[in-house]
Design a protein around this ligand. Structure first.
Ligand SMILES: Cc1cc2nc3c(=O)[nH]c(=O)nc-3n(C[C@H](O)[C@H](O)[C@H](O)COP(=O)(O)OP(=O)(O)OC[C@H]3O[C@@H](n4cnc5c(N)ncnc54)[C@H](O)[C@@H]3O)c2cc1C
Length: 517
């Protein structure tokens, strides 16, 4: 069996794990980063897309507001490639307690979250689809994020500094020698091959799965309660800023414009299983109703897709056995040497995507303490690959680029403006057989047709480049269609239903995909 040796093994390739890998390599440590699936396919790849200004927490949780506000300022600089500076609004609709707006303004002042009140008429001028009956409006520096750009920039940066990044490698055992964790056994998802990693420190950055990783390391009492939330992507930007209802945080009170769509969310339902992606029809209906309160006519717009994510809510039963129900949304760093007498092992969980960098900094500080080495953190100032110019993503950028090459490159995905050369580069770079991996990199098939017009073309190109057999290419196509279907069926109404029928005719009627060899 192959054995890799490293300073730091990071289990979990979401924003936190990739952030830990980048931070540790910047400090000169050797890193192996692994995920049981592709990077950012856990909660990070299923989040709402909001870089919090902190406004959401100024009344309910001021320390979280401070943290978000500070990190928001930092990640705009270092991760510009993944961020669109949309700005955000908090608006009081007729459904909200009018008193809350004063508490909100006071909370922003106290927390230092930049916030400016504007006349409702002005808010309506800049966001004409907003409920015309809003009575107060505040602007805040919310932003939106393409998480796959972020996570792959972190991973690429780490790789450039020598890290080994292994998607599709599940940690199936954590090695212990007495009171020390010495690494883990990994299993490759496609071949079933196993390999060992020997590490001086093992970091579990496995989000909602952190309790399970702790258990296989023989450590009890790491309770991560998965909180499941649904989100719905509408087929275009109904708003160009993040819009939040000015009220105590609740379900369905934020719409975030992300790339070409706007996303409403979210719910928060306790589940026992972090892999539970149930979508209930009631939740979908309630979410569309909630959208209606912020943007009248929301329900009549075209819903493209629904999906769920699971929040890693950490509950430390070991530290405070008298208060087991106090579930915090702040991040939790567990140094198992201090907590359980087991050295070489740390768990980082909880928190928010907005605070991934801070979580990584705290974690790698603890790694250095365990190693007895003084290596200062530099992630607050070093820009990620692709963000060197500090230019933020802008919705018109892609079209601008495409217009320059329209004559000499073929468009494969019209909805998301993906030319053939870009697709071919991505296939070569990722050396993958999965169209879903490519989708996350390029947004292939994420537009209104949900892959209906592009995915058979893209599969043909993948087939040609990868030397796959026809059977393998057919399997890739079917896998992609099945994945897309999961997010489509719960919101089948109106124009999207027509679109899905058309896609179905193409794939079943013309290509007979269900009976391909
Ligand atoms: C519905 C919803 C909406 C949200 N919206 C926002 C928002 O708008 N803004 C914001 O800032 N935050 C938001 N959050 C919170 C944020 O998404 C999470 O806090 C963050 O993504 C967690 O990242 P992570 O890297 O810690 O965990 P994850 O992204 O879940 O990463 C953990 C990884 O561990 C891997 N893993 C598990 N077991 C193993 C194993 N045995 N071996 C190898 N790998 C393993 C998983 O595959 C996964 O990729 C939202 C959360 C939810 C649920």
């Amino acid at each position: 069996m192959q054995t890799l040796t490293t300073d730091v093994l990071v289990i979990g390739g979401g924003a936190t794990g990739a952030g830990v890998a980048w931070d540790a390599t910047l400090r000169g440590l050797d890193v192996v980063l692994v995920d049981r699936a592709d990077l950012a396919t856990g909660t990070s790849g299923r989040f709402h897309g909001l870089v919090h200004s902190g406004g959401r927490y100024v009344v309910k949780d001021p320390p979280a507001a401070d943290e978000c506000s500070a990190e928001n300022g930092i990640i705009r600089q270092i991760a510009a490639v993944a961020i669109e500076e949309t700005g955000g609004l908090f608006v009081t609709t007729p459904f909200d307690d009018p008193e809350y707006a004063n508490r909100f303004a006071e909370g922003c002042r106290a927390s230092g979250v930049p916030c400016e009140e504007m006349e409702p008429a002005q808010a309506l001028r800049i966001e004409p689809r907003l409920n015309p009956r809003i009575s107060r409006a505040f602007s805040v520096p919310d932003a939106s994020m393409d998480v796959w750009q972020l996570v792959w920039a972190l991973a690429r940066g780490a790789q450039e500094r020598g890290a080994r990044v292994l998607p599709y490698h599940e940690a199936v055992a954590v090695h212990r020698q007495g009171d020390e964790v010495t690494g883990a056994r990994l299993r490759e998802a496609h071949t079933g091959e196993e390999l060992d990693v020997k590490a001086r420190v093992t970091v579990s950055a496995s989000g909602a799965w952190a309790g399970r990783i702790a258990t296989i390391a023989g450590i009890e009492g790491v309770h991560v309660l998965p909180g499941r939330g649904i989100m719905i992507a509408m087929n275009h930007r109904l708003v160009n800023r993040v819009v939040n209802r000015c009220q105590m945080p609740t379900d369905g009170d934020i719409i975030v414009p992300v790339q070409t769509v706007s996303i409403i969310g979210t719910t928060d339902v306790h589940t026992d299983d972090p892999d539970d992606h149930t979508v209930l029809q009631d939740e979908v209906d309630a979410m569309l109703e909630d959208g209606e309160r912020l943007v009248p006519g929301f329900k009549d717009a075209r819903a493209l897709r629904v999906w769920t994510g699971v929040r890693p809510l950490f509950e430390d039963r070991k530290d405070d056995s008298t208060d087991t129900r106090d579930v915090t949304r702040a991040h939790a760093l567990l140094d198992h040497r201090e907590r359980d007498g087991v050295s070489g092992f740390l768990t980082i969980t909880g928190g928010k995507l907005t605070t991934y960098r801070l979580m990584a900094e705290d974690t790698v500080d603890a790694v250095c303490r365990q190693l007895g080495e003084d290596r200062p953190c530099t992630t607050a100032t070093v820009r990620l690959p692709g963000s060197e110019s500090g230019h933020h993503h802008h919705i018109g950028d892609r079209l601008g680029r495409r217009e320059k090459t329209l004559q000499d490159d073929q468009l494969v995905c019209e909805c998301e403006l993906i030319p053939r050369r870009q697709l071919e580069d991505a296939v070569r770079r990722r050396a993958t057989h999965s169209m879903d991996d490519i989708r996350r990199l390029l947004r292939l098939g994420m537009g209104p047709c949900q892959g209906g017009f592009c995915i058979y073309r893209a599969t043909g190109i993948l087939h040609g480049l990868n030397g796959m057999t026809a059977e393998q290419a057919n399997a890739v196509l079917l896998e992609f269609l099945n994945e897309r279907w999961k997010g489509t069926w719960p919101i089948l109404y109106g124009d999207q239903l027509r679109q899905v029928r058309l896609d179905d005719w193409i794939f079943q009627g013309v290509l007979d995909v269900a009976h391909l060899p």
